[in-house]
Design a protein around this ligand. Sequence first.
Ligand SMILES: [Zn+2]
Length: 595
Amino acid sequence: MEPIAFIDTEIEPKTGRIADIGGVSENGRTFHSSSISGFVSFLRGSRFLCGHNLLHHDMNYIRQAVQSAGIPSSRMIDTLHLSALLFPAKPYHKLVKDDKLQTEELNNPLNDAIKAKELFFDEIAAFRKTSPALKLIFHSLLHDQKEFAAFFQYVGYVGLPVNPVEAIRREFRLRICDHVDLAHLIQQNPIELAYCLALIYAGHKTSITPPWIIKSFPAVQGIMYVLRGKPCYRACGYCDAQLDSRKGLKRLFGYDAYRSYAGQPLQEDAVNAAIAGKSLLAVFPTGGGKSITFQVPALMSGESVRGLTVVISPLQSLMKDQVDNLEKQGITEAVTVNGLLDPIERAKSLERVENGSASILYIAPESLRSKTIERLLLGRNVVRFVIDEAHCFSSWGQDFRVDYLYIGDFIKSLQDKKNLADGIPVSCFTATAKMKVIEDIQTYFREKLSIEMSVFSSSASRTNLHYQVFERATDEEKYNTVRELLECKPCPTILYVSRTKRADELALRLSNDGYPAKSYHGKMEKHVKTSHQDAFMKGDVQIMVATSAFGMGVDKKDVGMVIHYDISDSLENYVQEAGRAGRDEAIFCRLLCVV
Ligand SMILES: [Zn+2]
């Protein structure tokens, strides 16, 4: 065996001075002291030097000692760089936790040197087991890179003259786009390309690029995208099978076709725009299939580039519903982190984002101020921000939320910290088709992030709604009509009123008359609102008497009737409120207006 020393240093963080050094040689000789001269004697005779993060950390402090011991700089082996290449699957390796060695004992460099030795021999074993074709590809990309050259020397692997472009195309057929410019990537980013290929080859659905690679080699994310996430729209085995929006819909949700609105294929168009990496603003009626429109591209990015889509919504109580609804369809890649979770649920969600088993994260806008969330997103390949209820950006309207104005700053700072060459795309969703609101959203993103949003807007028409108007002279007649309607069609019903007091009174009166009802309005205590909303959503009560404050984001498929006890304050609000009936197209629904 070639003489090789494994080392680790302990550096005082304030002074940058060496506090302690540990070392072990191939034949078990050990060193543990802070004496530099002793360290030089220990190293003498070694032909190679190895450590975990040796090149970019320890060498900054021990360069002179290594030189004095006569080990040339071309014989440095770094187990950190090798581990991401040779153990791309999750968990990377039992000894490695991201860029650190797993260690129980603090400040014992001898212990860490011994672990680095164990890891190194596991890496050699993993390299020997690598397929001959992949070995050749790794060698052709990395043999002259300082992070890897000495490893090939140590194991005595000299490779063969290969054309790496052809070798990669052959070995990765149907796993990467046929038309990606490999020659350019090989020349510009050989290490990043090798890391991507290692991950793709491993094929584990939930394996992700370790956070330290995302930080140290930010180009990895862009390369993964051109290899597997960017459709080429030419004859291509990979893109045809993996990046086609209809095949994605079928594979993930089992549906054959997207929904169209008045003959316009808006849902499919918006999904295709997202797959193409565009930023977009979708104006869909409430219940118009919004979730699928962002879930399909998000789940596809999870499959193709191990990407994370962050969904920002102000409606915390509905996030869990969305996650649960996906789970019912066998899709477990979504999690939520919000204020309504208990600490154990929260820790579980955070872990699932960190370890790559989640590809959709639902959070509230205020969560963007949390350092934990920021750290989490810095460690993942964030492929898109989806912003729900995007009319909350607009100061023109009652739903304006100041937390929304921070979203753009957050995205910008995340992009800067990740050193991304291209911005992260954004999808906005709203049910509000007011021109002023759409303009406000577009202006916000143009000014904050230089994003031009493509707009996908549906007309407000819904063909499954049936409208009926009743003329009644007195309040008493109105009330009796409501009772008759509830009697004729017992189903989840929303009764809209214009005043908070009337909401409470009417709910009470109906309950007393044998029609259990809850009320909902903006002046209620938050916990009362939540409990009333939950009771209605879960079906514990069938009737909700509410002001226009109720309904933003309400996704209850079986609402069979919406009654306007009072006239809405605008036609636009009326259409939105009416739209809360009959989400599920299979259900026959009626809309009634009592005047
Ligand atoms: Zn392609």
